[in-house]
Design a protein around this ligand. Sequence first.
Ligand SMILES: C[S@@+](CC[C@H](N)C(=O)[O-])C[C@H]1O[C@@H](n2cnc3c(N)ncnc32)[C@H](O)[C@@H]1O
Length: 240
Amino acid sequence: MKKQNNKTEQAIQGHSAAKNEKDTYEKIPREEKEQITGAEIQKHWETRAQRRGVQAVMSARHRLQENRQATKQLQEDIFSFLGPLLTGKRIFELGVGIGRMTKEIAKRAQSVVGNDISASMLKKARRRLQGYKNVDLRLGKIYEMDFPEKSFDLVFDSIVLLHILSPVELEKTVQAMQNLSNTIFLVEHTYEGENYPISKYSILRRQEEYHQLFLPYELIKQKTHLCVGDTFTFFLFKAP
Ligand SMILES: C[S@@+](CC[C@H](N)C(=O)[O-])C[C@H]1O[C@@H](n2cnc3c(N)ncnc32)[C@H](O)[C@@H]1O
């Protein structure tokens, strides 16, 4: 861990972390993050899946108890923002992690198909979702999956795109999301300034960057949500 201020360093050591998780908060420029290999990213998520509870999918700068409380508030705010858009619908969820959002979607939707690149995350998600017959979880990238065009009513993403570091990979993912549905919901941790203590495996993009990325889809609704002090943005996009 380099150039980290002491307070942040102590918090991370105190609140995370999986065994062998050493360099997550190493500070490197965006251009270097964009070059991190797929194999290293994959390994990071397999390691990180070993963290306790919601720590696996949230920042280790915050305590487990804070992140649990923040998860509840985030879920409430997301599902109120989406209103009836999930009810009885076919949903694709990008990067399900431990399935904390998947379960809430499954309670409302007709069906949820979800993916993740980490087998360990999916194992935890499957355990959490036992008994939910309308959920189908798959290992792999969204653009490698073979679904008919527009076969979902909505594609749901919760803090996954910020972890897709390569611009080429990001573009392929967005294209695949648009192929699957005319309606796309994102919640992403967005830009906080240059020196924010963020994971090496995250890029905090500006809201405008997401608007551009999703063109020609139109932004229908947007909202800021503070998650333990971090700036999360909700975006709802629709095909023109
Ligand atoms: C911060 S967690 C969020 C998990 C979940 N969406 C949530 O909000 O609880 C990010 C998840 O994205 C997964 N992930 C990273 N890159 C991915 C990709 N290219 N495609 C699908 N999943 C990915 C990770 O394995 C991890 O489970």
